[in-house]
Design a protein around this ligand. Structure first.
Ligand SMILES: C[S@@+](CC[C@H](N)C(=O)[O-])C[C@H]1O[C@@H](n2cnc3c(N)ncnc32)[C@H](O)[C@@H]1O
Length: 223
């Protein structure tokens, strides 16, 4: 898959109205709900709880974001993407749904990579860094290093960490999960992926910022 295929992608009003934007993501409209819901199950496995704050970076048209918003307490979800049309679709979806609107998600169009506050408890980049350049991957590692003690960053499609020049992971705790390292209920073949997707989605990388437990809203430390 080419890098940066989403950068100049524009959606027409017809694409948006007919839901054709779903075809721009792997699995298309057919696997949209399944692949979206899976991401919530994955993050819950890694410790996400309703009171946590999640940043879903490269959220697209909130395929997973809709379910994260339902799971998390109000104010807990931030979705960012550099594709302005995806963020427009996300905002429209939220505006049309009173349950999602009540969760007050922070949906942002961000042009400069990860130019946001590192105030999350959990960060997710689901099928994002595989579309990015080396310096953006390193920027993500630096962002995780600077995040709150105990915060967790999850990156799927993480083959790149083990290829080419070494990465500066600093004192991040790094864990790489292969297909067999997740419980059976998180088998991606049950959630809308095909066998040929397995070597793309895995390893799933988990980076933990040292120095504490995952902070919740009740025990936030000062940045
Ligand atoms: C394959 S889609 C995955 C979307 C979403 N994470 C999901 O799984 O439903 C990749 C997403 O990453 C976004 N993306 C790719 N490169 C990016 C960058 N440099 N900055 C911000 N978003 C980026 C794309 O616009 C797109 O929404």
């Amino acid at each position: 898959m080419a890098l940066n295929r989403y950068e100049g992608l524009k959606l027409s009003e017809t694409d948006v109205a007919a839901g054709a934007y779903k075809q721009h993501l792997g699995g298309g409209s057919e696997k949209w709900e399944q692949r979206g819901r899976f991401q919530v199950a994955l993050m819950r496995h890694f410790g996400l709880r309703p009171e946590h704050r999640l940043t879903d970076y490269g959220c697209g048209p909130v395929r997973a974001g809709r379910y994260f918003m339902q799971y998390l307490d109000a104010g807990g979800y931030r979705g960012c993407d550099y594709n302005a049309d995806f963020i427009r679709v996300a905002r429209d979806l939220v505006a049309a749904d009173p349950v999602l609107s009540a969760r007050r998600p922070d949906l942002r169009h961000v042009e400069e990579f990860l130019a946001i506050e590192a105030d999350h408890d959990f960060l997710l980049l689901f099928s994002v860094l595989n579309h990015c350049r080396r310096e953006q991957r390193q920027r993500m590692l630096d962002f995780a290093k600077a995040a709150r003690p105990g915060s967790v960053s999850v990156v799927t499609h993480g083959y790149w960490l083990f290829r080419g020049k070494a990465w500066d992971t600093g004192d991040l705790q790094v864990e790489a999960f292969g297909e067999g390292d997740l419980p059976q209920e998180l088998d991606i073949l049950r959630h809308g992926w095909e066998p040929e997707d397995v070597p793309k989605v895995f390893p799933i990388l988990k980076f933990t910022t040292p120095g504490g437990q995952v902070p919740g809203r009740g025990n936030m430390t000062q940045m």
